[in-house]
Design a protein around this ligand. Sequence first.
Ligand code: PLP
Length: 481
Amino acid sequence: MFHLNEAVFVCLKLPRLKVVAFSLDFAENCITQRNKCNPSKSEQNMNPTTEKTELSEAIRKHKQFLFPAVANYYEEPIAIVKGEGEYVWDDQGNRYLDAFGGVLTVSVGHANPKVNKAIIDQVNTISHTSTLYGNKPQGDLAEKLADISPGKLKKSFFTSSGTEADDTAVLAAKLATGRHEVVVLRHSYSGRSATALSSIGHSTWKPIASQVAGVVHAPAPYCYRCPFKLEYPSCDVACADDVEELIRTTTTGEIAAFMAEPILGVGGFITPPKEYFGKVAEITRNHGGLFIADEVQTGWGRTGEKWFGIEHWDVEPDIITSAKGMGNGVPIGWTIATPEVADKFEGLTFSTFGGNPVSMAAGMAVVNFIEEEDLRTNATVVGGYFRERLEELEEKHPVIGDVRGMGLMQAIELVVDRKTKEPNPQAVLKVFEETKKQGVLIGKGGLYGNVIRTGLMLNSTRDNVDELIEALDIGLENIGN
Ligand SMILES: Cc1ncc(COP(=O)(O)O)c(C=O)c1O
């Protein structure tokens, strides 16, 4: 269910053995403790007619027949069989608040009736055409997206994943500029193709050395762990200035593009200072490059008020990419460019499932739902409330080193000590197990695996926030046990 890039238990390379050892101890401990525990909320939520089996059949088959690298969350992984609104159920009958949405992908609720109706109607009409023929849902969605996208972004290309969306953007930038070098950020994530793997700024997700030449990695605007050991705002956003230095020293000086996530998702919701992207966009353009915003996680109102994260920084990208929340769970990838860029994509290009009518119908239903229900405002309001409550937790639990994010994209970074900022991935594992017992699913991220990421749905409520906060509070309280 969860994407590979989200499911790892061990993110810190150096003490890998130590953490694995901890995980095994912890698993053992959980098993011996189990019978002593009071019934958890999830146990209370169990359907009494459901017999609890030793090991879920789905998990057994997952372990036996999938690549071992496709790791699941939790010492005892769960198999999800049903979803409705903000909640999911596992195959043992336990109910959970889904505070991660399958990695910010279920954006408007599980089994959203309006989105499901659009999908079912489309399946019953026609479910595949390929891009060799026009199809109405594709044209309609492309028109809608041209309308809501910022600036001069007007021409779309659809695929089936975020990886393909980013690859399309990089290829389009190279074709439009006639150049080959691309600047990306450390701590970034962009997928699993050769180009994406070469762009990733995370050794955790790089099983092989970069295969694509011409990608250079700028320091991330990671204020909590400033790569220059400076403090905002007296730093004068030195990390942005370093992009100039990077281009001059490690490229020909003539770049095709700068590509970044407005908030670095897998990196642990690293949120740049407000001046960062404006400065970097200027540097990029001075060197003839295009600005690509990877909105795979930050799109569709997730960050509040705006459709896209980059709009908060007053930067007009030449290309935007997205996926995930755009389809509420249906596979979809999207790249939109200015006509100047799109028109220079010469020759032919094709994607079998790109513009698939079912994905397009889902995408349109999601965008309409967000608009009709004013969910961008909801993300600001409920996200603001969530942030306040997280800051209360920060006051209470010294293990929280940083709270960051925007709208309904909020994270906490856990540390051993607030002064040394030593990452605390072990604490994250403990909070994971406890929140699961409380009937709440959360996400993880960060280079060190020490960031708890949340992605409540855009239509979630204050009650959902309270439920999540209560589970986190109990999890954080129990770290020492
Ligand atoms: C910012 C970002 N870009 C690209 C991707 C790749 O998307 P996909 O897994 O759909 O290929 C991801 C996936 O997590 C992502 O977070």
